[in-house]
Design a protein around this ligand. Sequence first.
Ligand SMILES: Cc1cc2nc3c(=O)[nH]c(=O)nc-3n(C[C@H](O)[C@H](O)[C@H](O)COP(=O)(O)O)c2cc1C
Length: 495
Amino acid sequence: MLRKLSQPVTVTAVGSDNLPHHVFAPRLLPEQLGDREFCRDVGIRFPYLGGSMAKGISSVQMVEELGRAGMAGFFGAAGLPFSEVEAAVDRLTDADFPCGFNLIHSPHEPDLEAALAGLYIRKNVRLVEASAFLALTLPLVRYRTHGIHQAADGTIVLPNRIIAKVSREELAEKFFSPPPEKFLQQLVAEGSLSAEQALLAARIPMAQEVTAEADSGGHTDNRPAMALFPTIAALATRMEQKCDYPFRLRVGLAGGIATPVAAAAAYAMGAAYIVTGTVNQACVESGTSEAVRRMLAETRQADVAMAPAADMFEMGVTVQVLKRGTMFPMRAAKLYELYRRYDGLESIPDSERDKLEKTFFKAPVADIWRDTRAFFLTRNPNQVERAERDQKHRMALVFRWYLGQAAHWAKDGDPTRTMDYQVWCGPAMGAFNEWTAGSFLELPERRRVASVGRNILFGAAVLTRANILRYQNIRLPADFRIEPLEDTQIKEYLA
Ligand SMILES: Cc1cc2nc3c(=O)[nH]c(=O)nc-3n(C[C@H](O)[C@H](O)[C@H](O)COP(=O)(O)O)c2cc1C
């Protein structure tokens, strides 16, 4: 009864107080759960986004499948050579469905960030997920304000939309604020904006949408969604009042969402849309290996851990990764401990170095440094120059070689390196596996990103209707549960 989402439910039933009640649950389709104006503006049917996953793990195919199913996906541009991102842009920009690309802050490679923003501007990419920003940057402001103009009726038109993903309110405030004046002036000076455009840009926020990112796979502050979302949502309300924008600000939620229950909770808190990540990596369209998909299918709630991150290793930054079936979190933590304790590779005791060479690197440290050096000579020679005068930096680069390779071994499914796989993964994976146990979605080869998204959305709508009955004193049957449905069945309910 509750599954026929387009039909209201009116029944007389005995409530938990043993009295008869006339109860009502309205028609409720998944598209009603989030912000419908957001969906209209982005051109999607469902308030559901597939978050960016680095190195093309959120692949072109994943973005296509989500787009065709009325959702939108972000291509995982981070960590890929520029030419690969360009090829993905070329393949996706003419698509007849909405899609987006990741614009990730690269503090160590500012030129790359500027080049990506430039590529997105040149190729008319209209939607980006901006992430890892600690402050706004010129390339980001250039992207957001490019092509800004006023329509005949005076409305400010912004061709480029930024959905900013943050886990801290200070950053959310920056994105909900107009672009900083100093950047607008720089853009006028360099000829990217006219003075009139700069005046218009000063009246709009950097991002109309901010995604509050709670505890998730990969880089995460491990914030609980229940505490983070209301804080960012309250900030959006304050910023609307303060800035008097010509449109509403919106807040989405990411982190921990892989089940109908979690999605229903997110929408109940007021999320304009939800963003998934971890669960999509486990789907057949993801750019990772079969081996990783099989490991993810076995993952339970507590099978994740924080481990040192390759990109900000020296600063002690960590990422959330899978710990079941791989020793990566322990090995990476060991490297960080050695890095903290010793001044350089030469100071590490022989017994420790032997262990590193035999089990972690499977090669002499000298060989790893030779390869790392060759890599940086073409990519960033300053690193080599610094490492040759600073032995601690040399140690960091060698250890970062291992951390970086560990992600590649996983993505390529290297059978000789299973114990070193670095797989970014959040607790959402365990929740998804528990929910889908015994259904077709238990099988890694049946996990399709659009089926997963549709089931999460459909289940969230059914649960929301069930809650409406609960609030009217109706006790739900003890076996009430949202089972995953095959595409053909679910499409009927969503029609
Ligand atoms: C394997 C993996 C790679 C990710 N890479 C990126 C990335 O490059 N850029 C980014 O903005 N977010 C990245 N994320 C975060 C996701 O886009 C998304 O925000 C997050 O996974 C949502 O939380 P969940 O993991 O609990 O589903 C990644 C997440 C995973 C699991």
